[in-house]
Design a protein around this ligand. Structure first.
Ligand SMILES: NC(=O)c1ccc[n+]([C@@H]2O[C@H](COP(=O)([O-])OP(=O)(O)OC[C@H]3O[C@@H](n4cnc5c(N)ncnc54)[C@H](O)[C@@H]3O)[C@@H](O)[C@H]2O)c1
Length: 327
């Protein structure tokens, strides 16, 4: 039974992308008050692609005709962190396809993401952001989100992984993971919420993990994602009077650079996924888009698993496989 079960489950297709995980190398206790990154780069960097003028923001949605009168309808502006690749990149493309202007923010270059959005006819701007630095968030806000439309949302997607056990984890590793995965969203929410309040509200989506629902491999990562879930619930309560909804998505194994790794670990994980496959980034993006949208107008403080059934019933298959219960 065990072998036939395993045969049903396809291996995660390697994307060929660099499997290394961004380390948030510019993080550090000495950087929090800096006006510029340690390497001297400005903390806010709108991306202008070669041969292009700086993009002033969206144009296609600006003017709509209503009863013969011309009125300006600004697109909603959403900041997506960790936008250089993986799920963040997919979210930018998805949200732009739905008419949002996306502020693609990352500590890695985001030109590919901005180009992908524009190639698809969408609107995007690129921003250099290290989520763990408060000054970096301030610089993002000071660039003037209003120039792109009506500030509306934030997707706290940036994250780094660290599979070290408690015994093996270093203080440096622990601090780095917590700074990116937990302090980063805290800073983003704290900086963005007053901006959203000033224009009548908005929506925030945090990308946590299945690791936020169970004990899992990687003490710092698991702790950071449990913390992010808790932060989201408190934020939902605090900001409901401001018209801001805050929700959390808990992805399972998703085929991105972070989702790559030890084949045996991945194969074992997939044997616990009832849908018998990894997810793809677009399947998460669609849920992000729903939670940001007015379709979710009464949804706040919620958690939504996007994991092929891993958390809800992954143990079912494990028990079946280990006991031949269906033999
Ligand atoms: N891939 C998975 O299987 C999986 C599963 C559950 C949850 N998640 C979570 O989903 C989110 C996206 O993951 P992914 O799979 O796309 O990962 P990824 O490694 O492909 O992309 C993460 C992005 O975050 C950016 N980033 C890292 N540190 C940053 C910092 N200090 N400031 C700004 N940006 C920073 C990276 O540069 C990168 O572009 C993460 O929060 C991750 O923890 C991923």
């Amino acid at each position: 039974m065990r072998s036939s079960l395993a045969a049903r489950r396809p291996a995660l297709t390697p994307s060929g992308a660099d499997p290394s995980i961004a380390t948030g190398a510019r993080l550090g206790s000495d950087g929090d008050d800096a006006a510029a990154a340690p390497d001297g780069r400005p903390l806010y960097l709108p991306v202008t692609l070669p041969g292009e003028r700086a993009q002033p923001g969206p144009s296609s949605l600006d003017i709509h005709k209503l009863g013969g009168a011309s009125v300006s309808i600004q697109p909603r502006v959403v900041v997506v962190t960790g936008a250089a690749r993986g799920m963040g990149q997919a979210q930018c493309v998805e949200l732009a396809s739905r008419g949002y202007h996306v502020c693609a923010a990352d500590c890695l270059p985001v030109e590919d993401t901005v180009q992908s959005v524009r190639n698809a006819g969408g609107s995007a701007s690129g921003h250099d952001l290290d989520v763990g630095l408060e000054a970096s968030w301030q610089a993002l806000i000071e660039c003037g989100l209003h120039q792109f439309g009506r500030p509306y949302g934030l997707v706290n997607n940036a994250g780094i992984n660290d599979r070290a056990s408690i015994a093996a984890e270093t203080m440096e590793g622990w601090s780095r993971v917590l700074a990116v995965n937990l302090t980063g969203p805290f800073l983003g929410i704290r900086v963005l919420a007053p901006v959203l309040r000033s224009v009548g509200g908005g929506a925030i989506v945090n990308i946590a993990s299945s690791s936020a629902l169970t004990g899992y491999r990687g003490a710092a990562y698991t702790a950071s994602k449990w913390g992010l879930r808790g932060l989201g619930k408190t934020a939902a309560a605090e900001f409901a009077p401001w018209g801001i909804r805050v929700n959390t998505i808990n992805p399972g194994l998703i085929d991105t650079p972070m989702g790559q790794g030890d084949p045996a670990f991945i194969a074992s994980h997939l044997r616990r996924v009832p849908m018998a496959r990894a997810g793809n980034a677009r399947e998460v993006s669609a849920v992000v888009a729903f939670l940001l949208s007015d379709e979710a107008s009464y949804v706040t403080g919620a958690d939504l698993s996007v994991d092929g059934g891993f958390i809800s019933s992954g143990n079912f298959w494990r028990i079946v496989a280990d006991s031949d219960a269906f033999a």
